[in-house]
Design a protein around this ligand. Structure first.
Ligand code: SAH
Length: 265
C-alpha cells in the first residue's frame, strides 16, 4: 500500500519546483508557473525556455542557465541533481524551469526521483508540451473526426540507441509527433515508408513553435529530408506525420509554407 502523507514533517525548509514553461509563448505559461517564479529564491533554466518567458523572471532573483543544447550539456545531469539537492538543503525555494512539460522528454522524472530519494520537498508544475502548443499554433488539430482517432508522441533521440517499434507506429494510422527529429528526419521517413505508410502522407515541420519566429513547412512524407534541407530547418522543431496536417491550410491563422496546397510562400 502506498500512503501519500502530505502532513509529514518537512526535513528541510527549501523546496524545488520542476516547472514546465510551455513551448515559448509566455501567454501559455500556467498561472501556477508564474506564481512559483514570483516566489523563487533561485531560478535554473534551460535553453528551451524562451526569451519572452525569461523576461518574466523577477529581476531580483538570481537566474542561471543550466543547459542543455544537444550534445553540449552545459552541466551534467548528475551535477544538476546534486546542485538542486544542495541548494534546497540551504533552505532555498528553487524553480527549475524547462521547455514544454517536464515529464514529456524532459528528464523531469529523473530530477524528481533524485530529489525524492534525497528527502527534498519537490513538486512538478506541468506545462503545455510542444506537440500540443505548436500544432495548435500551426492550425493542426492532433486528432480530428474522420482523420485521426489518436496521436502518439515519439522521441527520435535515444540515450544510446533508438528502440522504436516502427511497424506499430506505421500501423497506427493516426497522428505521430516526433520530438528531437530534425537530424534524424531521413531515418524517420525511411522507416515509416518501409513499414507501409504512403509516400504522400502529409507531414509538417514546425520550427520555433509558439514564438514570433515560428515556421511551418508542410509537405509529404517522401520529401521530408528534402524539406529539412531546403528550408534549413533547425532545432527546436517537431515533425508531425498524418492526415490532420491537411487541416493547416484551413485552420492556421497566418501564412505557412504549404507545399501540399502549392501555396509555397
Ligand atoms: N519537454 C519538452 C520537450 C523536450 S525535448 C516538451 O514537453 O515540449 C526537445 C524537443 O522538443 C525539441 O527537439 C523539439 O522537437 C521539441 N520542441 C520543444 N519546444 C519546441 C518549440 N517551441 N518548437 C518546436 N519544437 C519544440
Amino acid at each position: 500500500m502506498h500512503v501519500n502523507d502530505n502532513n509529514k514533517t518537512k526535513l528541510h525548509t527549501g523546496k524545488v519546483w520542476l516547472v514546465g514553461a510551455g513551448p515559448g509563448d509566455p501567454d501559455l505559461l500556467t498561472v501556477k508557473a508564474l506564481r512559483v517564479l514570483q516566489q523563487a529564491d533561485l531560478i535554473l533554466f534551460d535553453n528551451l525556455v524562451s526569451e519572452a518567458i525569461r523576461a518574466l523572471f523577477p529581476k531580483s532573483v538570481p537566474a542561471f542557465y543550466v543547459g542543455k543544447v544537444k550534445d553540449n550539456h552545459s552541466i551534467a545531469q548528475q551535477d544538476l541533481n546534486a546542485l538542486l539537492v544542495k541548494k534546497a538543503r540551504q533552505g532555498l525555494n528553487i524553480v527549475r524551469i524547462k521547455g514544454g512539460d517536464p515529464f514529456v522528454f524532459g528528464r523531469g522524472g529523473e530530477e524528481l526521483l533524485s530529489l525524492v530519494q534525497a528527502g527534498i520537498d519537490a513538486e512538478v508544475v506541468p506545462g503545455v508540451t510542444s506537440a500540443s502548443g505548436c500544432t495548435t499554433a500551426a492550425g493542426i488539430p492532433l486528432t480530428h473526426r474522420g482523420l485521426s482517432q489518436g496521436c502518439t508522441f515519439v522521441t527520435a533521440h535515444g540515450e544510446t540507441e533508438l528502440t522504436l517499434n516502427w511497424a506499430s507506429l506505421a500501423g497506427l494510422r493516426h497522428t505521430l509527433v516526433f520530438y528531437m527529429g530534425v537530424s534524424r528526419c531521413g531515418m524517420i521517413a525511411e522507416k515509416l515508408l518501409s513499414h507501409g505508410l504512403s509516400p504522400e502522407t502529409p507531414v509538417a515541420l514546425i520550427e520555433n513553435g509558439c514564438r514570433p519566429e515560428q515556421r511551418d513547412i508542410i509537405g509529404s512524407l517522401h520529401e521530408l529530408p528534402t524539406l529539412v534541407q531546403t528550408y534549413r530547418v533547425q532545432s527546436p522543431a517537431l515533425i508531425v506525420v498524418g492526415d490532420v496536417v491537411q487541416m493547416a491550410s484551413q485552420l492556421r491563422a497566418g501564412p505557412a509554407l504549404d507545399l501540399l496546397n502549392q501555396s509555397c510562400a
